[in-house]
Design a protein around this ligand. Structure first.
Ligand SMILES: *[C@@H]1O[C@H](CO)[C@@H](O)[C@H](O)[C@H]1NC(C)=O
Ligand SMILES: *[C@@H]1O[C@H](CO)[C@@H](O)[C@H](O)[C@H]1NC(C)=O
Ligand SMILES: *[C@@H]1O[C@H](CO)[C@@H](O)[C@H](O)[C@H]1NC(C)=O
Length: 172
């Protein structure tokens, strides 16, 4: 009896260890702690929690309603073709803060399924051309496989992006 209990304990301990090897989010707090990194260091968030081969859509990819709208098929493309060109219009990289975070975990029968997250963000910065404050509102839908986002759909106020990036375009 004692040895079978010991065996059961060892098996459970081994399974626990194995399940921790393959990291994944299981609580909203874990997702929140990961996403919170974006507030202090966007690069660190992208490196630690986004897959290098992420599909990142900045709306609206078909209508190209802003210069940075598009489907980016890896993280590097998103950073060099969307994030950096936008940041170039600001005195410093945009400061992002989390407004709210909504999480959806896979059903018990699919423990390896995607964790779907909606992150509402506010971005603030000062325009390089005159130092004026600028603010935008974002909703990012992220699909996490393990602890890395493999898909991101970013919704934003395109008019505000164009005010920053196309200073000579009239607002009509
Ligand atoms: C932000 O994170 C990156 C990647 O981890 C690191 O190289 C950089 O030094 C960090 N920046 C600050 C200001 O902490
Ligand atoms: C990423 O986009 C490509 C091209 O549209 C598609 O073939 C691929 O399945 C997508 N990957 C994911 C993880 O959605
Ligand atoms: C925008 O207008 C300013 C001032 O009229 C001008 O110097 C600048 O070259 C223009 N920029 C673009 C991208 O057209």
């Amino acid at each position: 009896m004692r040895s079978s209990q010991l065996l059961l304990f060892l098996v459970l301990a081994l399974l626990t260890t194995l399940s921790h090897c393959e990291k994944r989010f299981t609580t909203r707090q874990q997702v929140y702690d990961a996403c919170k990194v974006i507030e202090t260091n966007t690069t660190a968030f992208l490196e630690d929690y986004v897959s290098p081969s992420v599909n990142w859509t900045v709306t609206n990819p078909t209508r190209k309603t802003t210069p940075i709208a598009g489907d980016y098929l890896d993280l590097k493309s998103f950073v060099t073709q969307a994030l950096m060109p936008l940041d170039a219009f600001f005195e410093e990289p945009l400061r992002l803060t989390i407004v709210d975070l909504i999480t959806q975990f896979p059903k018990k029968e699919h423990p390896d399924g995607l964790v779907k997250v909606c992150m509402e963000l506010r971005g603030r910065g000062n325009l390089k051309r005159d130092g004026s404050p600028w603010e935008n509102y974002y909703s990012w839908v992220l699909h996490f496989k393990g602890t890395k986002a493999i898909l991101v759909r970013a919704y934003l106020d395109s008019a505000l992006v164009n005010i920053a990036m196309l200073p000579n375009r009239t607002s009509s």
